[in-house]
Structure formats: C-alpha cells, structure tokens
Design a protein around this ligand. Structure first.
Ligand SMILES: [Zn+2]
Length: 127
C-alpha cells in the first residue's frame, strides 16, 4: 500500500486544467496526491456510447482505488475545452450526468464534480 492519502481525478488532457484541479482536490479533500486519468473532454466521454473507452477509464480508476486506496473520484469539465466545445451550461449538465454514471459503478469512493472556470479557478458542482 502506498504512503499518503490519494484522490483520483478524471480530467482533460488540457495542460491548463491539471494543476488547478489537483491543487483544489488537495486543499478541499485533504489528500496528498492526485492520480489523474486524462481524456479530451472527459465530461463528454463518459456519456458517449463507447463501451471500450469507458471500460478503459474504469480499469484505470480501479488501479488508483486498489493500489493507492483512493477514496475520492473527481470528474472535471472546463472552460475553452477543445475536446468538448459546448456552452458552460451544457458542461454543467454533462458533469452532473457523469457523476451519476460514476456512482452507478459502485466503487467504494466519494464522487465529486468540478468546473474549471474562465479564470482557471475550480468550482464544485452542486448536484
Ligand atoms: Zn479540455
């Protein structure tokens, strides 16, 4: 078992999002390290009918949960996303749906959604 407390982020490949999301998780959920699964437009990917892609993400999450004992999964969407160029309102809807999807997998973790705004600040999505 790894030392330290871990959380897990499903975040965009976008380099502008990773530090803000990791920092926010560390500060708000008292974790030492954040494992990150990256996809372009991650808030869209989970909602698409691409079983193979979703299985890949699930297996990556399970490594984080089993090897690092992560107790938290954060799904992020962000402003100016090249992989998912939709309006903010649509992102927020997608993030909420993604939260429900991840919860339906019944992993022993808390599931949280966040929005990275046009100031690259992180806001928790209220369900
Ligand atoms: Zn993006």
């Amino acid at each position: 078992m790894a030392d330290g407390k871990f959380g897990t982020a499903i975040n965009c490949i976008d380099g502008r999002t990773q530090n803000p999301v990791s920092q926010w998780i560390k500060e708000n959920y008292s974790v030492d390290y954040v494992d990150t699964v990256t996809e372009p437009g991650p808030d869209k990917v989970l909602l698409e009918v691409n079983i193979e892609k979703i299985e890949q993400i699930k297996s990556k999450l399970l490594i984080s949960i089993k090897a690092h004992n992560s107790s938290l999964i954060v799904i992020a969407g962000h402003h100016d996303c090249a992989g998912n160029p939709v309006l903010k309102e649509e992102h927020l809807t997608q993030i909420k749906k993604s939260i429900n999807m991840i919860k339906s997998w019944n992993f022993p973790v808390k599931v949280v959604g966040v929005w990275v705004n046009d100031q690259w600040k992180v806001e928790q999505i209220q369900e």
